[in-house]
Design a protein. Structure first.
Length: 754
């Protein structure tokens, strides 16, 4: 069975590589490969930003990486001017002096090779930086001598560590099992050297030993090439490689790991006054800025945790470069600033950030966003003030943080305009936003090695009146890469709020945005995918009204399939409390093996699911359909899940989402017509206050007539209460019925109203 599954998936992937899936999809009734795109949203345009750089250090003086001696003196004074600054300094000194009398114990080679000492190596590296920085700030020589002991101890041992691998089978290193971790371990050690080099703590022999037995061998291990060989190779490919910047890419495609290699290399080159190492790292950083950031200002891997991760490494390298007189902050007209700006448009209203792909839900105002101190320091953008004031204040290295906080007195928070809907075109994230709702549709690129098989996945955030709100339905729990659940569940289609076909996960592919409409009261987005499965067309439309989220998800094919539509939200599903019988795995692979499901229930009529969660009671009201079933299940992280299942050549799923604290409860939801090649899909939603909403989805271009309306819109949403008509028209020029007539000269997106 397992072999058959792998063979079937391999054949499907081969079909995609040959373009067979897209060609097959062209024959699916209703699919229009030439469907135009209509977008109406106020998109943030990147404004070239000029960073203000520090004065470079003088030749031969130390420190020279994060501070010059003059800067360090001013920084010490600033720390002592405020209570938070004094507290941060006291914490650093306390951490440094704690255990000064205890011997330094290095992990054995055996434990290192077995990857049993990773945490101990990390603690030793960070401790060296803490000791050395405390010495630089308060002059306690005992701290300096202890830092020296760690540096010399590693210099004496580094050559003896054999290269070895670990859970990341594609990489290896010496102290750690991969070069990313090796670089993250090396950076604090280099910073420790920087704070010790100016005095007499390190002798000339000590410095020579650290350079030749630790820093240079570690850089060679990380880069896997000597600087001489790298320079020769780069000179062959581009004679001006030391100053060349690639043209900016519209879509980011650069590994966040390389930024840590570059940061370690640049710090090493700056410390050792090795311009070749500095230039090699600078060339890599220029490529990272030009090709790692998309036009939408997001890091190309599409995982916000990795964006913040990359920003910390880049900032460390940029600061060290600036102190050598090398300007990287202003590469590509200050493109790096977009990485600071884009999370502000991406964030939920509560300041957390959706964890799409291999990223847990992040937060503005944690250790990850201490890096905003340097965004403000260099770009002076007051929009960062709130994040800086909320983020921790620390001076020591930890969790990939290699730069101390810079601001200890609270910054003035400016009046900032409310953030509206946002379209991140490079990543393919459409976000509809109003005061109570946030809906993110992921239609774009797969996300590389960190991508999930979840095209057209929908993430929701909501708030009841008077509350901040919370995530209603997000990504599945992010399990570590070594945990089997990461591959078997977290990345699989069925774990996301999208559609799976025939019990298989989608292919790694990219969808197409068709509609993105941001009007004052009604907002809509529609996207499709024709390469998620061979010969299958997936088409999803999401609309927000003042008090509802309406979701129409269509599947079409020439051959019959089993279509599973996941409803997985936070909190407890009340229907599961009354489920009877013994649950059993829903399948054998593709995540289904981790769903413990109860016997299916018919859902030819309306089904209502209620999840009790932090934000309140969340309700998903699902329209009935012929032979439709609802399967209740519990996932591996004890999440309560409902699956709507249909079978045949077509599937039409429709749902309305709402917090029960929102006004105007849903009375009914029904398909007037599920749609086909010639006729639009028509959904009707009624609310208890008499509001009737029609959503009409057209497949083919040109005029159509349905539910009493005639139009040429690709998406028409009409809301009627008594004689009042409201809504939006997307992708057309007109809409009319007996008592309403709306016309425009060109196809576009227009609000309706009467």
């Amino acid at each position: 069975m397992a072999f058959q599954v792998k063979l079937r998936r391999a054949l499907a992937l081969l079909a995609f590589s040959l373009g067979a899936a897209a060609l097959h999809a062209q024959s699916i009734p209703g699919y229009d490969p030439a469907a135009p795109v209509f977008v109406k949203v106020d998109e943030a345009n990147a404004i070239p930003a000029r960073a203000t750089l520090p004065e470079p250090g003088k030749p031969g003086e130390f420190p020279r990486l994060i501070f010059t001696p003059a800067e360090l003196s001013r920084f010490r004074d600033r720390l002592n001017e405020s209570a938070p600054g004094k507290a941060a300094l006291a914490t650093l000194c306390s951490m440094a002096k704690n255990g000064l009398g205890e011997p330094i114990v290095f992990p054995s080679i055996e434990d290192t090779v077995a990857n049993l000492a990773n945490r101990l190596h990390e603690k030793l590296s960070n401790r060296a930086q803490i000791l050395a920085f405390a010495y630089a700030l308060d002059g306690d020589r005992a701290c300096a001598l202890k830092a020296r002991e760690i540096l010399l101890g590693y210099a004496e041992r580094y050559a003896a560590y054999p290269r070895h691998a670990g859970r990341n089978k594609s990489d290896s290193s010496k102290v750690f099992f991969q070069r990313l971790s090796e670089a993250m371990w090396l950076i604090p050690l280099i910073e420790a050297c920087d704070y010790l080099y100016a005095g007499d703590v390190l002798s000339a022999d000590d410095k020579r030993l650290i350079e030749t037995k630790l820093i240079r061998p570690a850089i060679l291990e990380i880069r896997r090439s000597t600087s001489v060989d790298e320079i020769a190779q780069r000179a062959r490919s581009h004679p001006d490689w030391r100053t060349f910047t690639p043209p900016p890419a519209s879509r980011g495609t650069y590994s966040n790991w390389v930024n840590f290699y570059s940061a370690a290399t640049l710090l090493a080159g700056a410390l050792l006054d090795d311009r070749d190492l500095v230039d090699l790292a600078a060339a890599d950083f220029r490529e990272a800025i030009a090709t790692g950031i998309g036009d939408d200002g997001m890091w190309g891997e599409g995982a916000i945790g990795y964006q913040l991760f990359a920003m910390n490494a880049i900032t460390t390298g940029f600061e060290a470069a600036a102190h050598q007189g090398l300007d990287l902050w202003n590469v590509c007209d200050g493109r790096f600033k977009q990485l600071f700006d884009s999370p502000l448009r991406y964030a939920y209203p509560d300041g957390t950030l959706p964890g799409v792909n291999d990223s847990g839900r992040a937060e503005l105002g944690t250790w990850q966003t201490m890096v905003y101190d340097y965004g403000y320091l260099r770009y002076r953008d007051p929009a960062y003030a709130t994040i800086i004031n909320r983020s921790p204040r620390q001076l020591f290295d930890s969790e990939s943080i290699y730069t101390p906080a810079q601001f200890f007195a609270p910054l003035t928070i400016p009046a900032v305009p409310a953030v509206g809907s946002a379209l991140f075109r490079s990543l393919g994230y459409g976000i509809l936003r109003d005061p109570s709702k946030y809906a993110l549709l992921d239609y774009g690129p797969h996300g590389g090695t960190h991508g999930h098989f979840d095209k057209l996945n929908l993430i929701l955030f909501g708030s009841a009146p008077g509350s901040v709100g919370d995530e209603l339905g997000g990504e599945p729990v992010m399990h570590g890469y070594a945990d089997p659940l990461h591959a078997e569940w977290t990345r699989q289609t069925i774990a996301h709020n999208t559609m799976a076909v025939d019990g298989e996960s989608q292919a790694a592919t990219e969808g197409k945005l068709l509609i993105f409409a941001d009007t004052p009261r009604f907002k809509a987005m529609r996207a499709e995918s024709v390469e998620s499965y061979p010969g299958v067309w997936l088409d999803r439309t999401v609309i927000t009204t003042p008090d509802l989220v309406i979701d129409l998800y269509l599947g079409r094919s020439l051959t019959a399939h089993t279509w599973d539509r996941t409803f997985r939200y936070a909190g407890k599903l009340s229907a599961l409390a009354g489920a009877t019988g013994e649950p059993a795995p829903l399948g054998t692979h593709a995540g289904y093996q981790h769903l413990k499901a109860f016997a299916p229930n018919p859902a030819t009529g309306t089904w209502r699911g209620e999840w009790t969660m932090k934000a309140g009671i969340f309700q998903a009201v699902v329209a009935g359909a012929p032979a439709q079933q609802i399967i209740l299940a519990r996932g591996p992280d004890q999440e309560d899940v409902a699956l709507a299942r249909q079978q045949g050549t077509a599937a039409s799923f429709a749902a309305v989402y709402r917090l029960t604290a929102w006004p105007n409860a849903v009375g009914s939801i029904r398909w007037i017509a599920p749609g086909d090649a010639d006729q639009p899909a028509v959904l009707e939603v009624t609310q208890e206050n008499g509001i009737r909403t029609l959503v009409i989805i057209a497949h083919a271009a040109g005029p159509w007539t349905a539910a009493g309306w005639t139009s040429d819109a690709r998406v028409l949403c009409v809301q009627q209460q008594n004689e009042k008509i409201d809504g939006l028209l997307a992708g057309g020029t007109f809409a009319r019925q007996e008592k309403f007539d709306f016309h425009q000269d060109t196809a576009g997106i227009y609000p309706l109203g009467k």
